[in-house]
Design a protein around this ligand. Structure first.
Ligand SMILES: Cc1ncc(COP(=O)(O)O)c(C=O)c1O
Length: 379
């Protein structure tokens, strides 16, 4: 059976990238590898839309989240954390682990934070040193208006804005410099179309000034070390060589397609998916859905775990289920990274067949028809 991966990380990896990574490994302290690093660093700036350095770590995305916290805060400092899902909660956990004082901004799962609430808290609570926000909250599929929040945080000279763009960079618009984002974090296994294992941090000048002063313990994740080495297109420790070779290919594919076109492609695929599931009589979870993935409520009378199991075992289609309090209540169809129109058709077709077998009542083919109409017309 052909397997199709629709999970929001890891995501499918194009064959061209797999082939690059299959080449014999090279040593990292060589001019050959430094040339690759130089090209990769330039293209990462393009992807993050920044003039600032973008650092590369050998870790999953959480490593870069931890690096952000441990490099910009000092013990006891206040951090405002937007908690609207599992990954916002993770930021809060990391901040607490390092002894920061977390000021939570709890948002109902499935809803988007209101930017004016961020402003209200920043004004009321003095001395908040950083605001931590997830651009696309992968557990709910919600998109945050970080452009509006960037305008707000920029008014506070001693507050940094840290964005978890792990499941969104390269799928939705994220303009690091233009939107005043101080730290933008991403990971390899999402829209970058690579296997897991690399994480990235774009860091503004305002954030570098803070890093110079901050006093939390760190060693492997000391960003000053990575910054210093990156100026010579080098790394402080052994980098994930094969992944970086794959990253060069991935970024060249991204440059070839162009960020605006990539964002448009995600917009169309997401619109087709959303329209299709609604045509099946299903409901979206996210009030304001991101174009990276579509979170869908499991309809009444259907067992969510049985649905995803059947999709995987009978059709080779891997959707993600819900996490924590949403377990069994939603399923998530990812369309970030290496996805095209016919991927959406196969996802919707498999969903229709599995739902039909489980006894859900709807008109067979109505989801595919709705998706095709969006895909033909564009948006
Ligand atoms: C928004 C978001 N933040 C953080 C993470 C954690 O990244 P990782 O699993 O690579 O550590 C993920 C991964 O799914 C994510 O989607």
């Amino acid at each position: 059976m052909k397997k199709r991966l629709f999970t929001p990380g890891p995501t499918p990896v194009p064959e061209d990238i797999l082939l690059e990574m299959a080449k014999p490994i090279i040593h990292h302290r060589t001019s050959e590898f430094r040339k690759i690093t130089e090209e990769v660093q330039g293209n990462l700036k393009y992807l993050f839309q920044t003039k600032s350095p973008v650092l590369i770590l050998a870790s999953s995305g959480t490593g870069a989240m931890e690096a952000a916290v441990s490099n910009i805060l000092s013990s006891g400092e206040k951090a405002l954390v937007v908690k609207g899902g599992k990954f916002g909660e993770r930021f809060a956990e990391i901040c607490s682990s390092y002894g920061a004082r977390v000021i939570p901004l709890d948002v109902e799962w499935g809803k988007a934070v209101k930017p004016e609430l961020v402003e209200k808290i920043l004004t009321q609570e003095k001395d908040i040193k950083a605001v931590f926000i997830t651009l696309c909250e992968t557990s709910t599929g919600v998109l945050t208006d970080i452009q509006a929040i960037g305008r707000i945080v920029a008014k506070f000279s001693d507050t940094l804005l840290v964005i978890d763009a792990i499941s969104s960079l390269g799928a939705v618009s994220c303009q690091t410099d233009a939107w005043n984002l101080d730290v933008v974090i991403s990971g390899s296994q999402k829209a970058l179309m690579l296997p897991p294992g690399l994480s990235f941090l774009a860091i503004s000048e305002k954030a570098w000034r803070r890093i110079e002063k901050s006093q939390l313990p760190r060693y492997y994740f000391d960003l000053k070390k990575y910054h210093k080495s990156s100026e010579k297109f080098d790394f402080p420790f052994t980098p994930a060589v094969s992944l970086i070779v794959g990253l060069r290919k991935s970024l060249s594919l991204i440059r070839e397609e162009g960020i605006e076109n990539i964002i448009k492609r995600h917009e169309i695929l997401a619109a087709a998916t959303r329209t299709a599931v609604k045509a099946l009589g299903l409901e979206l979870l996210a009030e304001k859905p991101a174009d990276s993935l579509t979170a869908v409520k499991v309809p009444e009378g259907i067992d969510g775990a049985e649905l995803t199991k059947r999709l995987k075992e009978k059709y080779g289609v891997n959707f993600a289920g819900g996490q924590e309090k949403l377990k069994g209540k939603i399923f998530r169809i990812a369309h970030l990274g290496y996805f095209d129109k016919l991927d959406i058709i196969s996802a919707i077709s498999a969903l229709e067949m599995a739902l039909s077998e489980l006894g859900y009542k709807f008109e067979l083919g109505s989801g595919i028809k709705a998706a095709e109409e969006v895909l033909l017309k564009g948006i």
